[in-house]
Design a protein around this ligand. Structure first.
Ligand code: ADP
Length: 152
């Protein structure tokens, strides 16, 4: 049987427990998940360095040989094709996420019709965790450790 490979792309600036929850629940559906830290042109400069985040996320999943963490800077649909990922995994917290994800999914379908987008609804305990809020708290020396699946 063909391995079910999902690409979980995002800015992950930083990767949160909300993201971790989507990955771990995704493992019940997929054989392998590639967490792909991408460059988002809407969020031009990063707060946490790409390579630093890659290393920190990897440290949270050392137990899982079927989770890979990569950095990429090309079209998500193209990157998925090259890496034999048949699924694109994304998380949904609210209607704002839905509006955004809906348009991305339509574009990705146009770019790669073989790639199926799959959405998992956030677990209620993580519904209000966002990378944006964590960056704000961290910037003013607040303790964000509770929201992250690794140590900074
Ligand atoms: P992007 O810049 O591509 O939106 P993010 O790192 O902000 O990347 O998010 C990656 C994915 O994770 C998106 O699908 C987003 O909706 C989802 N996500 C973010 N935070 C949470 C959370 N707390 N619970 C569930 N999904 C989340």
């Amino acid at each position: 049987m063909t391995k079910k490979i999902a690409l979980f792309p995002g800015s992950f600036d930083p990767f949160t427990k909300g993201h971790e929850d989507i990955v771990l629940r995704g493992l019940k559906i997929f054989d392998e998940i590639i967490i792909a830290i991408g460059y988002n042109s809407k969020k031009s400069s990063r707060y946490f360095d790409l390579e630093f985040m890659q290393e920190r996320i990897s440290s949270a999943f050392t137990k899982y040989p079927n989770i890979k963490v990569v950095v990429f800077s090309e079209l998500t649909a193209e990157y998925a094709r090259k890496n034999n990922a048949q699924y694109l995994l994304r998380g949904l917290r609210n209607t704002t996420d839905f509006e955004y994800e809906n348009s991305i999914a339509q574009v990705n379908r146009y770019l790669n019709a073989e790639l199926e987008s799959v959405f998992l609804i956030t677990s209620p305990e993580y519904a209000s965790i966002s990378s944006t809020i964590i960056r704000e708290v961290h910037k003013y020396q607040g303790d964000v450790s509770k929201f992250l699946p690794y140590k900074l």
